[in-house]
Design a protein around this ligand. Structure first.
Ligand SMILES: N[C@@H](CCC(=O)N[C@@H](CS)C(=O)NCC(=O)O)C(=O)O
Length: 210
């Protein structure tokens, strides 16, 4: 398939668009990775079905908005969404658990403008929210994993890539988090870095602020 049959529209950022880029990279699926700056966005916004991005556009012009819907769609196409309905539900549970923490982090810490509030919320985030979250991910992994590298069953799923990407973004924003949770994500991170397709993408993707 030519890359032109699939287009991903998103800012030149990791953030909400990066999970889909990672899934497509892992699948070795070519696509047009359409990236733009905030200044260029007004040109694209009216062309997006909900006036927001990321958006995945298929060959017939169908647009899929909502980052996790896009990611789930491309993951299913790539057989990275669980081997059956039950595995898909387990994968979704890991994804939703990760989404919970990302939302708290971005709303209470990353985008908080009031510096006093931000400092207080960061403390709570590091001392309570993140600790609980890592415990929750550990519970899901214990229940669903059959391979220490992956959260569900014995193969890489989009949930693994979501957790991987979220950890990378968190560490980029808050370097003090690195090393805070020992080695529990190491097998996953090593597996991602050992994957030829992912390594190629990770080594060549643009460096972005977040
Ligand atoms: N729930 C949506 C949120 C989409 C969203 O808020 N996108 C932002 C960028 S991360 C956006 O399009 N901002 C520009 C605008 O709304 O004009 C998703 O996960 O895709």
């Amino acid at each position: 398939m030519s890359s032109g049959d699939l287009k991903l529209y998103y800012f030149n950022l990791a953030a909400r668009g990066e999970l889909t880029r990672l899934i497509l990279a892992a699948a070795g699926r070519s696509y047009d990775d359409i990236r733009y700056s905030f200044e260029q966005w007004p040109e694209y916004k009216p062309k997006m079905i909900l006036g927001q991005c990321p958006v995945l556009e298929l060959a017939d012009g169908t647009q899929i908005p909502q980052s996790l819907s896009i990611a789930r769609y491309v993951a299913r196409e790539a057989n990275m969404a669980g081997a059956d309905n039950l595995e898909s539900a387990k994968v979704d549970a890991v994804v939703e658990t990760q989404r919970d923490i990302n939302e708290i982090f971005y709303s209470k810490v990353f985008f908080e403008k009031d510096e006093t509030k931000k400092a207080e919320q960061l403390k709570t985030f590091l001392e309570e929210t993140l600790v609980k979250h890592v415990e929750n991910l550990g519970k899901l992994k214990k229940a669903y994993s059959k391979d220490e590298r992956y959260f569900v069953g014995n193969q890489l799923s989009w949930a693994d890539l979501f957790v991987y990407q979220s950890i990378q973004s968190l560490v980029q924003a808050l370097p003090e988090v690195k090393g805070k949770f020992g080695d529990q994500f190491k097998p996953l991170i090593d597996a991602v870095h050992a994957n030829e397709n992912l390594k190629k993408y990770l080594d060549s993707r643009p460096k972005t602020d977040f």
